[in-house]
Write a protein that binds this ligand. Structure first.
Ligand SMILES: Nc1ncnc2c1ncn2[C@@H]1O[C@H](COP(=O)(O)OP(=O)(O)OP(=O)(O)O)[C@@H](O)[C@H]1O
Ligand SMILES: [Mg+2]
Length: 603
């Protein structure tokens, strides 16, 4: 007897079914996707014993003529594509013509379908074999009942889990559908009890609220960004809420729900430095990109896709989420108009106030000038030229240039309201919407973090020569960390020479404010670097910038001069101060005018 034989269609279908129909939930997913592809606006799903006993999916879609309904049970019979070329950019969920025959091959199936109200067709089949076809009167649409899943495949039936576990899988599958197709009305019931009744929703936010409650929706900010041909939208959890409830993630690419750890990681990268280590945010994102930039036919259950240029898509996702979280940023809260980088700082007249903030001849190159001379300015309103970038390293005294430069572009100026320091810890000011309190340490830390990242990643770096170089004696591990990181330390403004053995001669340091203890900062940074195992240069930079920023920032308890407060305010306007710092503490607190009026009983 020959050793090789072509499998009978029934066996081949069962094998294919293994790929498509793993559990009741996968059958539910396929049937509901078929209903969506049929243009349904309402879908009712009812299962018994978590789908183990039966699954019933009813839709109000286009229905099927009798011939089509019979053909639908044949493998590779589909109405959705005709040629391989149609696969590019296929918009329907289905396109393989596999799901129905696969499901049919492993259960008892009843299809009732009608292309218009009135005369329809009922088909009974079991194990892939049709046993009865008859007329039936029904409304337009299709109802499919799949019962006794795997009744004829005992090996697979053994792998079914208990009813509760399979039911959870079905709830997850329907949740995915509900998040993907917000426009469709959906109900779900188990053993006669309704579990979900979702009206059609206008937005993802509304669907989230209907699924999980308004409080979950309220924890999320809107993501909405277009970069070239790539559009990213959805919801991202507010940093301060992350970790306080269970995490939910959801992704669609061109309207198809998928799993993609890479895209999620990219979205999470946008939270860097706003979340305590180990916390992961809830993210619900829709990515839309040109059809030919993505291949959807790479996974049997279509749960994964392949991108032509994954890196670009990941960057877009990261940027979109970062921008969304940036709606919390200082500039939004302060109503700051951003500095225009196209206009050279020195082309505009500089208000006198800026003189106060110019780097003094003493070794400072950071945010603040040495303390002293302008105590009277506390409550005065001043216009500060943001173009002058009070972070001062970009500020240079105007050099005589001939011929004269082209007419100066107007540089936006920033309105600085009266600023107050409370308990030597918080900055307080009013703006359009209410009263704002900012934690001075977190704020300054953020300013420095962004500046240090600029230095590390884009080489923006001045350093301040010390009049008297520092000599440091290092422990061996610190010495090794110094050798290994000499380059990045230089970029941060530490100019250091090895001085034989483990002695360093430090000739320049970053000097973000007069109280900055450069020696201590360098030591602590070297200690942090000695234990650093960051996987990439970017991750190492982020860690280094965060470490140095934390050490270098002004602390709670540091009294700030009015000019320092103003400088901090202005610098803050150029950052993305997240609502919470890396430890999850609030960095900015706003009390809106209506809230204030409510508290005073004026409203
Ligand atoms: N609920 C439904 N309403 C109308 N037509 C349906 C419905 N379910 C299935 N069909 C028809 O039956 C065909 C076969 O469905 P099946 O799920 O097997 O394949 P598919 O959806 O085309 O591709 P895939 O295997 O990728 O899901 C579909 O192409 C569609 O024309
Ligand atoms: Mg299908």
């Amino acid at each position: 007897m020959a050793r090789i034989a072509v499998l009978s269609p029934a066996v081949a279908d069962q094998i294919a079914a293994g790929e498509v129909v793993e559990r009741p939930a996968s059958a539910v997913k396929e049937l509901v996707e078929n209903a969506l592809d049929a243009g349904a606006t309402a879908i009712d799903v009812a299962v018994e014993e978590g789908g183990r006993l039966s699954i019933r999916v009813s839709d109000d879609g286009v229905g099927m003529e009798r011939d089509d309904a019979l053909l639908a049970l044949e493998r590779h019979a589909t109405s959705k594509i005709r040629t391989a070329a149609d696969l590019v950019g296929v918009a329907s969920f289905g396109f393989r013509g596999e799901a129905l025959p696969a499901i049919c091959s492993v259960c008892r199936l009843v299809i009732e379908t009608a292309p218009a109200d009135g005369a329809g067709t009922a088909i009974h089949a079991a194990g892939g074999v049709v046993s009865e076809v008859r007329d039936v009167a029904r409304r337009r649409g299709t109802t499919i009942v799949a019962s006794q899943l795997f009744y004829n495949a005992p090996a697979r039936q053994k792998f079914l889990r208990g009813a509760r576990s399979e039911w959870r899988g079905i709830v997850d599958a329907i949740t995915m559908v509900a998040l993907t197709r917000r426009d469709v009305r959906l109900t779900l019931a188990n053993d006669g009890r309704q579990a979900l009744a979702l009206p059609s929703a206008a937005t993802l936010r509304d669907r989230v609220a209907a699924l999980w409650g308004a409080s979950v929706a309220d924890r999320m900010v809107d993501v909405e960004d277009v970069r070239g041909a790539i559009q990213v939208s959805g919801l991202a959890e507010r940093p301060g809420d992350v970790g306080t409830a269970s995490r939910r993630t959801f992704l669609t690419v061109n309207g198809r729900p998928i799993r993609d750890a890479g895209l999620l990681r990219a979205a999470e990268a946008a939270y860097k430095s706003t979340l305590a280590p180990g916390l992961r945010p809830s993210l619900l994102l829709d990515v839309v990109l040109p059809a030919d930039a993505v291949d959807v036919n790479v996974h049997p259950a279509k749960a994964e896709v392949r991108f032509r240029d994954r890196w670009v898509v990941e960057r877009c996702v990261e940027d979109a989420v970062r921008r969304a979280l940036g709606t919390f940023d200082a500039s939004a809260a302060l109503g700051v108009r951003r500095w225009s980088p196209t206009a050279p700082a020195w082309t505009t007249a500089r208000p006198a106030d800026v003189e106060l903030l110019r780097p003094a001849p003493s070794p400072t190159n950071g945010l603040f000038e040495p303390r002293g001379d302008d105590a009277a300015l506390g409550g005065a309103e001043v216009e500060v030229d943001v173009g002058a970038s009070l972070s001062d390293e970009s500020w240079r005294p105007p050099e005589p240039v001939f011929p004269k430069p082209p007419a100066p572009e107007p540089v936006p100026t920033q309105h600085v309201p009266p600023l107050f320091q409370l308990r030597r810890t918080y900055l307080m000011f009013e703006h359009e919407d209410g009263v704002v309190l900012v934690d001075q340490h977190s704020a300054h830390e953020r300013v420095l973090y962004e500046r240090f990242m600029g230095m590390l990643e884009r080489g923006e770096a001045p350093s301040q020569r010390l009049l008297f170089p520092l000599t440091l004696h290092l422990a061996p591990a610190e010495g090794d960390a110094f050798e290994a990181n000499r380059d990045v330390l230089t970029r941060l403004g530490f100019e250091v020479e090895g001085f034989g053995g483990h002695t360093l001669l430090v000739s320049s340091v970053p000097m973000p404010h007069p109280r900055f203890d450069a020696e201590r900062c360098l030591r602590e940074t070297l200690a942090a670097l000695a234990g650093d195992r960051s996987p990439s240069a970017h991750a190492r930079h982020e860690r280094l910038a965060a470490t140095v920023a934390c050490k270098a920032a002004i602390k709670a308890g540091d009294e700030l001069s009015p000019a320092e407060m103003r400088a901090l305010f202005v610098a803050l306007g150029e950052t993305r101060l997240p609502a919470h710092d890396v430890h999850g503490r609030s960095t900015i607190v706003q009390l809106s005018w209506p809230e204030l009026e409510r508290r005073f009983g004026r409203q």
